[in-house]
Design a protein around this ligand. Structure first.
Ligand code: CS2
Length: 498
């Protein structure tokens, strides 16, 4: 570790890389003195992508070279471009473990914003030297309905189907670029979804086939036959960048970085077999190729993301700030362990290489990392998109198999009460369905049956099966009533009523 009191600090860019290395930081050698070409476009260059896939590609280029530089495209915000363009795409990645380490990542070599740089984005996507498009656009970016199919009535999809000169959705943008490749006899790029969605690759391909089927059947058939969209499981806890991280990078490593990234040292990328041969050497850097992504994906969504959301909503009601802080609260940890063991574990068929119990406990250990200050609010947002993927399918399966759902319903009820609490405290509800949710919470009157009924019948979150299930609504109502005291008193011991 370096200390800037002894070192002069440098603004991060290609010219200063050598000095930064002399100060003791690890730098991307492949960005020194030679230009590596770009072979990947990434949509949605948020913190997770920069901590995860950009790191794998960085390692792959360090190890085996290749023209695998990344053109990163923000779908809306210009913040990443403003931060990284003056730095030639470079940024510092800090790994938070017992030992804290850092390195400068170089795999992003250009940052664009869809609205501002539309023609350049399209040109890059259509280029025959773009072989991969990777995506971290979050659950809502796929414009899917509650059944996981493309929502043809989504405003962005309607816009993209009508408007020919600009696109706002990832689906519309990819379809337009693929159409141009089709017309010019250029093979389709391979599209890799890296979002926490069950069967992410399959759903993405289905969405693209359906979208193009609305106006060009030949293109839709071509995509159906030739487009490769592997499903993936991605994992690494990546809290948002805060001022503390920026000052650490500046004071301890003597790097002036507009937007450093932090994550835990654990990371995993499981990719479905069948990728084109010409690709970055991801597997030599730890990525796992398998024919059973689904097993890994379900285990991760159910054993990591499900307890994450449960902790986020229950913890927020108790006015706890981070996952680590919540993990210091024994009754909550005990509750989460019981929920995992009795209601989640029976729903999992893990791949043969995974012992679900050991995996689950290792995940809880990761939550207990004092260096990772992961805000519960970061996990709590966008609940309408997350619950139908990480919680509700388990409830449906448990109902079908006569298993208990009471503890899982705590997560759902806590989400509802969390939204009410946001409203009562005059705080923003961050969710793509915020106006609908606001409408719902305004109608709540603290009568459990009434409130649960409005939530379940009005939100697009709940499937028809759950809307029809009396047992689900009964259990949820009971749990909601037992939890609602938390609204008035964050120290209210809801768990005593279990
Ligand atoms: C979290 C995930 O924000 C959330 O909803 O559950 O981002 C989680 O940290 C990652 O999936 C971990 O891989």
């Amino acid at each position: 570790m370096t200390t800037s009191s002894l070192l002069s600090s440098f603004p991060l860019n290609l010219k200063s890389l050598e000095s930064i290395q002399e100060n003791g930081s690890t730098i991307p050698q492949y960005r020194q003195n030679k230009k590596c070409g770009n072979g990947i476009v990434h949509l949605g260059p948020g913190a997770f992508f920069r901590g995860h896939q950009a790191w794998y590609t960085h390692k792959a280029m360090e190890k085996c070279g290749g023209d695998w530089g990344i053109t990163a495209v923000s779908m809306r915000s210009s913040k990443v471009k403003e931060a990284l363009s003056p730095q030639d795409g470079l940024y510092t990645l800090v790994e938070l473990d017992k030992k804290i380490s850092h390195e400068v990542i170089g795999s992003i070599s250009k940052v664009l914003v869809l609205g501002e740089d539309y023609n350049e984005v399209m040109h890059t996507l259509c280029s025959s030297t773009t072989y991969f498009v990777t995506l971290t656009i979050t659950e809502k970016g796929y414009c899917l309905n509650a059944n996981g199919d493309l929502d043809i009535n989504h405003p962005d999809i309607i816009h993209d189907l009508i408007e020919t000169s600009s696109k706002v959705s990832a689906i519309g943008l990819l379809a337009k670029a693929l159409e141009s490749r089709f017309l010019n006899s250029v093979a389709p790029f391979c599209v890799i979804s890296c979002d926490n969605i069950t069967d992410n690759g399959k759903r993405l391909k289905k969405a693209l086939v359906k979208y193009t089927g609305e106006y060009n059947l030949a293109l839709s058939d071509w995509l159906d036959e030739f487009l490769i969209c592997p499903s993936t499981m991605v994992d690494s806890i990546t809290p948002a960048t805060d001022e503390q991280l920026k000052s650490m990078v500046s004071n301890q490593y003597a790097i002036q970085d507009n937007w450093p990234i932090k994550r835990e040292s654990f990371l995993q990328w499981v990719i479905e077999d069948g990728l084109p041969e010409h690709r970055p050497a991801w597997e030599q850097c730890g990525a796992i190729f398998t024919d059973n992504v689904r097993g890994f994906e379900a285990a991760k969504l159910r054993l990591l993301n499900c307890p994450h959301s449960t902790i986020a909503y229950l913890g927020s009601l108790m006015e706890v700030e981070t996952v680590y802080d919540a993990m210091q609260y024994e009754p909550l940890v005990r509750f989460v362990k019981d929920m995992l063991d009795s209601e989640v574990m029976p729903s999992i068929e893990p791949p043969k290489e995974l012992d679900a119990f050991i995996y689950s406990r290792a995940i809880l250990e990761r939550f207990n990392n004092p260096n990772v200050k992961h805000l519960l609010s970061q996990i709590a947002w966008d609940g309408s998109q997350k619950l139908p993927i990480r919680i509700l399918p388990i409830i449906e399966e448990n109902l079908e198999n006569n298993r208990s759902i009471c503890m899982l319903c705590h997560c759902v009820a806590a989400w509802m009460l969390f939204l009410r609490k946001q409203y009562l405290a005059d705080r923003e509800i961050v969710d793509p369905h915020n106006s609908l949710l606001l409408d719902i919470v305004m109608q709540c009157n603290n009568n459990a049956e009434h409130d649960v009924n409005i939530f379940v019948s009005m939100t697009p979150v709940f499937s028809d099966v759950l809307k029809r299930s009396k047992k689900f609504q009964q259990v949820l109502t009971r749990v909601y009533a037992s939890l609602s005291g938390v609204l008035d008193d964050p120290a209210y011991p809801w768990y005593r009523k279990l």
